[in-house]
Design a protein around this ligand. Structure first.
Ligand code: PHE
Length: 448
């Protein structure tokens, strides 16, 4: 066990950090577009159910394992009775967390680049303004990805309290404030109500569509940062006096609320853009999603707004960058916590070295974007996250000693043994969640 691992100093600090990890590009970019494509509110409804019934139980599993072992995934499986055979899964999770960081930092770099553009526009440096938003320019992509790594590394070097907690507590309230303001503004624009209709009126024909259910499950996995050990590591820094059951509820609710708010922002914004003459459907008639949406449709919308479009674009891309940063730090913390706890290495050096390794992978991805990027995204998020989640369920549901689990939960919540949580949660982690995860997994292998 390492000397001083660090611990979150307050409930607020922990909730900001864990919600900061969960709330990211997956919420603000992934969720709204998936919703628009999958029957609007029908998708939202299924997502809500799955986030609570599958996401929350798994989040709790990671918190319990993490705080019980006070270690990273490898250290945790090593120290808990029966965990030895799970150690390879611990290593695999650490690597996957790093690989997610590698692709995520590229997307985040684009967000930072777009956040810088309005400054160049304001000072009349039109050439530079055009250069920073040129998606195909490799030098620009390397530059902004690297900048994003420096920010991520800079925070992780500070450790749990003066790095992760301090920055999450500053950035998350800023993010939420900016998002609410921007959403209110967008909702006042012409065309927004068409978007609201698409978002809030459920197309119930789609609710039984297996594709919809499975996309919603995948989305809840990515969005709650599950499987790769992020929540396990953050859980290992929670003080014993904290009530894990409630913390899990807060984090899940915050994640869902921000995804929902992002839907209120992005989908109406697309219809405002359509109203101003931008094409928002692809040739097949589906709503545009992915990079084209964020880096083409929305910038066109901001441009069509005249002078006010400059601050609006600035706020939008700054908030995207913040959302990405509070998530990327949680990805880097997973391998760093392994180096510090299990290898007894010094945090500062380890953070630079590990950050450097994944930075090199990012550069390789930037240079071979067409061939590698999509592959890494699907390997990590579609295949590895569900598989690792399944392994965690098996471990906590079937292997870990039930008394140890109960003792851990009792620490911040003495009456938990008689609560409905303790009646329902074990059934989920043992049976229901694993079965559903297997279903998503088979889906991603195209079995159905
Ligand atoms: N939850 C983050 C998002 O929604 C992504 C993430 C995945 C973070 C895995 C950590 C681990 O953007």
């Amino acid at each position: 066990m390492a000397k001083s691992r660090g611990e979150f100093s307050s409930t607020f600090g922990f909730v900001m950090a864990a919600a900061g990890s969960a709330i990211g590009l997956g919420n603000i970019w992934g969720f709204p577009t998936q919703t628009a494509q999958n029957g609007g509110a029908a998708f939202v409804l299924v997502y809500l159910v799955l986030a609570f019934f599958i996401g929350y139980p798994l989040l709790m599993a990671e918190f319990v394992i993490g705080r019980h072992a006070r270690s990273n995934p490898v250290g945790a499986y090593r120290s808990i009775a029966g965990g030895k055979t799970f150690v390879p899964a611990g290593y695999f999770g650490i690597i996957v967390a790093g690989l997610i960081l590698s692709f995520y930092s590229i997307l985040a770099g684009w967000m930072v680049a777009h956040a810088v553009e309005p400054f160049f526009k304001l000072i009349g440096a039109d050439h530079l303004a055009a250069w920073v938003v040129d998606q195909s320019n490799i030098t620009r992509n390397i530059l902004f990805t690297s900048l994003f790594y420096v920010l991520t590394i800079g925070i992780i070097i500070g450790g749990v309290k003066s790095g992760i907690e301090k920055w999450s507590s500053r950035l998350m309230p800023t993010l939420i404030f900016m998002m609410i303001l921007l959403t209110i503004y967008v909702l006042t624009l012409d065309g927004a109500s068409d978007g609201l209709e698409v978002y809030l009126l459920p197309d119930f024909n789609k609710i039984t569509d297996p594709q919809l259910i499975l996309s919603a499950l995948g989305q809840s996995f990515f969005s709650l940062s599950l499987g790769v050990g992020t929540m396990l590591v953050y859980g290992s820094y929670i003080a014993n006096k904290e009530n894990l059951v409630y913390l899990g509820v807060f984090v899940t609710l915050a994640d869902i609320a921000i995804a929902f708010l992002a839907g209120l922002l992005i989908i109406p914004a697309m219809y405002v853009a359509a109203n101003a003459g931008t094409e928002i459907f692809d040739p097949a008639g589906n709503l545009i999603s992915g990079p084209t949406l964020v880096f083409q449709v929305l910038p066109e919308l901001f441009n069509s707004m005249g002078p006010v479009g400059i601050p609006v674009a600035l706020v939008f891309f700054v908030l995207m960058s913040i959302a990405a940063l509070t998530s990327s730090i949680s990805m880097l913390e997973v391998p760093v916590s392994y180096a510090v706890d299990t290898r007894n290495l010094q945090r500062q050096h380890s953070t630079w070295v590990i950050g450097g390794v994944f930075w090199i992978i990012s550069i390789i991805l930037v240079a071979n974007f067409e061939t590698l990027f999509g592959m890494v995204v699907s390997f990590t998020t579609q295949y590895s996250q569900p598989l690792l989640g399944l392994i965690i369920c098996i471990f906590i549901g079937w292997v870990m000693n039930r008394n140890s689990i109960l003792e851990e939960l009792k620490k911040g919540s003495p009456t938990v043994a008689d609560s409905i949580f303790m009646k329902v949660w074990p059934v989920f982690v043992k049976v229901i969640s694993p079965l559903l995860i297997i279903l998503v997994f088979l889906q991603s292998l195209n079995v159905f």
